[in-house]
Design a protein around this ligand. Structure first.
Ligand code: CP
Ligand code: NVA
Length: 309
C-alpha cells in the first residue's frame, strides 16, 4: 500500500472522510464512561509511535493527537522545533528521513505548506498536516463531526463563514466539495480565500457565494463559523482589525441565521473581537464539543493513515 499522507482533505477523498466520521462516532460512543487515558478495547495502534513536530504553538492539536495515540494503544512524542536541530537549520528533508526511520507516522504544524510536502516526500511514513498557513484539515474533520452530532446532515447544509479568508476556511471549502455542502463566505474586501479552494469546492458540486456583506453571508445559514482575525505568524494590523469589525459573530448576525443555527470556532478565540461573549457562551455555541471532537476526529485520521479505515 502506498504511504497515506493527510496533507489536505482531498488526500483522503469523500468516501474515506465519511468512513472517518462514522468511525469517530462509533469509537466516541464505545468509550463513554472510560477513563480518558484507557485504551480502546481493540487498541489498533498498539506498538505504533507518532512523532509530532511543532513550529507553532498548539493546545488542542497537541493534546488531541497525544491522547488519540494513547487511546488507540500507541504513543506519541513531541518535537518542539526550538529544541531540535530543525530549529538550528537542519533541512526538512534530512529531518524527515531521520524521523521516518524512528517513528511510524509524523504530524507537523508549520508555516509554509511546502515544508510539509517536503516532509511527506522524504519521510517514507504517513505525514499529517496539523496546520499550515494554507490549510487545517484535521480541524475540519472535528467540525464535520460536530455538525453531524447536532443532527444536521452534511449534504445541502448551508455554512456561513465570517471574517478572514484563512487556512481554516480553505479546509472548509475543500470539505464542501467532498461532502456536498454549501458555503457563504463573508469577508471584508481583500481578505477573500484563495481562489483555488473556491474552485475546488465548486468543482465538487458545492455552491459557494463570496460576499463582503456579513448579513448576506449568514442569512438563513445552518452553521455560522468564524476564526481569529489574526492567525499565527500574521502581523496585528489595525487596518485589518477595523475592516473585520462588521463581521463579528454577534447576536444581531446570529438572529439572521436559521432559528436552530449553531456556532463553531476552532479556538483559540478572541472573545469581543471575532465573536461576542453572548454568542460564544450562548446556547447556539458548540465550540467545546468541537474542541473535544478534535480527539475523536484525530483517531480516525490516524487509523486512515495506517490503512485501518
Ligand atoms: N484549533 C486548534 O488547532 O487549536 P490549537 O492551535 O490549540 O492546536
Ligand atoms: N487560523 C488560525 C487557526 C488556529 C488554530 C491560525 O492559523 O492561527
Amino acid at each position: 500500500m502506498a504511504v497515506r499522507n493527510f496533507l489536505d482533505l482531498s488526500d483522503a477523498g469523500g468516501d474515506a472522510l465519511a468512513a472517518m466520521l462514522a468511525d469517530a462516532l462509533d469509537r466516541k460512543a464505545a468509550r463513554i464512561g472510560q477513563p480518558k487515558g484507557a485504551p480502546d478495547r481493540d487498541a489498533p495502534l498498539a506498538g505504533r509511535v507518532l512523532g509530532m513536530v511543532f513550529e507553532k504553538n498548539s493546545t488542542r492539536t497537541r493534546v488531541s493527537f497525544e491522547m488519540a495515540m494513547r487511546q488507540l494503544g500507541g504513543s506519541a512524542l513531541i518535537l518542539d522545533s526550538g529544541t531540535t536541530q530543525l530549529g538550528r537549520g537542519e533541512s526538512v528533508a534530512d529531518t524527515a528521513r531521520v524521523l521516518g526511520r524512528m517513528v511510524d507516522a509524523i504530524m507537523v504544524r508549520t508555516d509554509d505548506h511546502e515544508k510539509i510536502e517536503q516532509m511527506a516526500k522524504y519521510a517514507g511514513v504517513p505525514v499529517i498536516n496539523g496546520l499550515t498557513d494554507r490549510s487545517h484539515p484535521c480541524q475540519i474533520v472535528a467540525d464535520l463531526l460536530t455538525v453531524i452530532e447536532s443532527g444536521k446532515p452534511l449534504p445541502g447544509l448551508e455554512v456561513a463563514w465570517l471574517g478572514d479568508g484563512n487556512n481554516v476556511l480553505h479546509s472548509i471549502l475543500e470539505a464542501a466539495g467532498l461532502m456536498k455542502f454549501n458555503v457563504r463566505v463573508g469577508t471584508p474586501q481583500g481578505y477573500e480565500p484563495e481562489a483555488e479552494f473556491v474552485e475546488m469546492a465548486r468543482a465538487g458540486g458545492a455552491h459557494v457565494t463570496l460576499t463582503n456583506d456579513p448579513v448576506a453571508a449568514v442569512a438563513g445559514a445552518d452553521i455560522v463559523v468564524t476564526d481569529t482575525w489574526v492567525s499565527m505568524g500574521q502581523p496585528h494590523a489595525e487596518e485589518k482589525l477595523a475592516a473585520m469589525a462588521p463581521f463579528q459573530a454577534n447576536a444581531a448576525l446570529m438572529a439572521r441565521a436559521a432559528g436552530d443555527a449553531r456556532f463553531l470556532h476552532c479556538l483559540p478565540a478572541h472573545v469581543g473581537d471575532e465573536v461576542s461573549e453572548e454568542v460564544f457562551e450562548g446556547p447556539q455555541s458548540m465550540v467545546f464539543d468541537e474542541a473535544e471532537n478534535r480527539l475523536h476526529a484525530q483517531k480516525s485520521v490516524l487509523l486512515w493513515c495506517f490503512g485501518l479505515l
